[in-house]
Write a protein that binds this ligand. Structure first.
Ligand SMILES: [Zn+2]
Length: 248
């Protein structure tokens, strides 16, 4: 322990002794003692934040998911022009949008394995956590500046086709996958009422699922009440993770 920290302990002991000797000094010395606690708490909080950052660095420097991973899953390769013709239950890699695809009946799941962030890990370098509300009207995209919000590659491809954006910019924008906040996997039946966590599962439990889904449908378009697109990306993330876990 360094000298400064020892001084805090000595001063704290001194304060206790002084108060025992003369109770009338208690208020004043309490203020000093509280100030010391606040200062040290701030230092500790700072160290804890750094610890989280170091942990995050560990995650980022681990093996990343790349072409090797894609090949290891042996997906069928296609392009977004042929998505409609996908066969049920077959895993595809859609080259031009850099996403995996699985069709299950009328449902098309697209996506990748993304990064999962806690609230404390989010900083200016974190992209694609939420969908860009502006969609293809996004000013960043039109100016060909990397937008930090997620843009669906299928939508962006329309701008590419109309030559509003270059292929180089399109590739840059779609190169990073959809990412997530950890609470997206948290089930809370009261989630819709909890403003602290926007991304939370408020439906899904068997006993009330059908009623919850009907309630959402009666409120209007599902996407405005429940972010079904983000939910699909979460499901795809989990399917790919499972395949990664179980691949031989
Ligand atoms: Zn945008």
């Amino acid at each position: 322990m360094n000298v400064e920290l020892e001084q805090y302990i000595l001063r704290s002991d001194e304060i206790v002794q002084n108060i025992e000797l003369d109770r009338s000094t208690a208020d004043e010395l309490n203020v000093e003692h509280d100030a010391m606690i606040r200062l040290l708490s701030n230092v500790l909080e700072h160290l804890m934040e750094n610890k989280k950052y170091i942990n995050m660095q560990r995650i980022n420097t681990a093996d990343t998911i790349d072409d090797k991973f894609i090949k290891s899953l042996h997906p069928h390769v296609t392009t977004s022009d042929h998505i409609e013709r996908a066969v049920d239950g077959v895993l595809y890699w859609v080259t031009d949008i850099s996403q995996f695809l699985i069709k299950i009946g009328a449902t098309y799941l697209r996506g990748n394995i993304g990064n999962i962030y806690t609230k404390h890990m989010i900083n200016d370098n974190v992209v694609n956590l939420v969908k860009c509300r502006a969609g293809n009207q996004c000013k960043n995209v039109w100016a060909m500046r990397r937008c930090k919000f997620f843009h669906d590659p299928l939508e962006l491809k329309q701008l590419l086709s109309s030559k509003a954006i270059t292929h180089a910019f399109y590739t840059e924008q779609v190169s990073a996958p959809k990412n997530f906040i950890n609470t997206s996997w948290l089930y809370d039946p009261y989630g819709t009422k909890n403003k602290k966590y926007n991304h939370i599962r408020s439906i899904g439990t068997r006993s009330t699922a059908l009623g919850d889904i009907n309630a959402i449908k009666s409120m209007g378009a599902i996407s405005t009440v429940f972010d079904i697109e983000d939910f699909k990306y979460q499901v795809m993330h989990d399917i790919l993770l499972l395949l990664l876990l179980e691949r031989s």
